[in-house]
Design a protein around this ligand. Structure first.
Ligand code: ATP
Ligand code: MG
Length: 275
């Protein structure tokens, strides 16, 4: 189980990206974090495995407090957190199999990794996983020969090779076309069920979240303004998440953005609202 308590992040620039976020995710829940650009979605995901250091609050994975770990403990803990990225983060000149096996890097010695000496068991699991994501026949292809959707499947396979306790995905579909996005979201859902692990997905396409997850967390200006089953995400809730209704400061922001068409804020709001 992932448990986040009163998590705050203020960047050195003074940006208060998270203002006290608390949430719990367990079982094989499929959870989407939605919210306008700048809401703090990426910051939240990065604070979980401390790619970004939180300013305050704590994060537990099971009974281990991630926010208390020293560097080497953190390195070990991160093995159990599978991360999936918008831009896939594959190594172009390596093959699909090599990229997939790199999910085991936290487990093998540097020397073995350098020699690409992976245990037989890992290689077998890599083939199985590539099969699961529909990429087995591409095992020997270089990553830079793949389409975006194929690259993301490899990104997912690599995360699975870690045998993670949880999967975190930051906008896993925003570089993909709508049909491929749907396939990737479906795959993530299947995996959560099959591996019996929870999955937390940052996503700005609300309809994709609605179609594919069990639970939605709405983040606005660093605060959770909605947390509930997907069936409860009605138009009113979306207004709260995307237009900041009920948040007094925002009434002014809305009026301002309507009056200043073309500003960054307006572009972002429009883009997210229409998505
Ligand atoms: N490295 C950083 N340094 C300073 N401020 C940052 C940094 N990263 C993010 N921020 C600020 O923190 C806030 C939250 O940003 P974050 O990237 O987490 O939002 P987001 O919800 O992921 O947005 P998007 O949908 O555009 O990806 C924003 O105000 C952003 O400008
Ligand atoms: Mg983001």
């Amino acid at each position: 189980m992932l448990s986040i308590n009163n998590l705050k992040k203020t960047y050195s620039t003074g940006d208060e990206a998270l203002k006290g976020v608390s949430l719990e995710i367990s079982g094989n829940e499929q959870v989407a974090i939605i919210g306008p650009s700048g809401a703090g979605k990426s910051t939240l995901v990065q604070c979980i495995n401390r790619l970004t250091e939180p300013t305050e609050g704590d994060v537990y994975l099971g009974d281990r407090e991630l926010t208390k770990l020293n560097k080497s403990e953190l390195r070990k803990a991160r093995r159990r957190i599978g991360m999936i990225f918008q831009e896939y983060n594959l190594i172009d000149r390596l093959t699909v199999m090599e990229n997939t096996l790199s999910g085991r890097l936290g487990y093998v010695s540097t020397w073995d990794a350098f020699r690409r000496n992976f245990p037989e068991e890992d290689i077998k699991y890599a083939y199985e996983t590539l099969d699961l994501v529909g990429m087995e026949e591409f095992a020997d292809d270089r990553a830079d020969e793949l389409s975006g959707g194929q690259r993301q499947r490899v990104g997912i396979a690599r995360a699975l090779l870690q045998r993670p306790d949880i999967l975190l995905a930051d906008e896993p579909t925003s570089s993909l076309d709508p049909e491929t996005s749907r396939i990737v979201m479906e795959l993530l859902g299947d995996i959560a069920e099959r591996e019996n692990i929870p999955i937390l997905i940052n996503i700005h396409e609300v309809h994709l979240a609605e179609e594919h997850v069990d639970r939605i967390i709405g983040l606005t200006k660093g605060e959770v303004v909605f947390d509930g089953p997907v069936e409860e995400l009605d138009e009113e809730s979306k207004d709260v998440i995307y237009r900041g209704e009920q948040i007094p400061d925002d009434a002014a922001d809305m009026a301002h953005s309507q009056a200043t068409v073309g500003s960054d804020v307006t572009d972002d709001m429009t883009e997210r609202t229409d998505a």
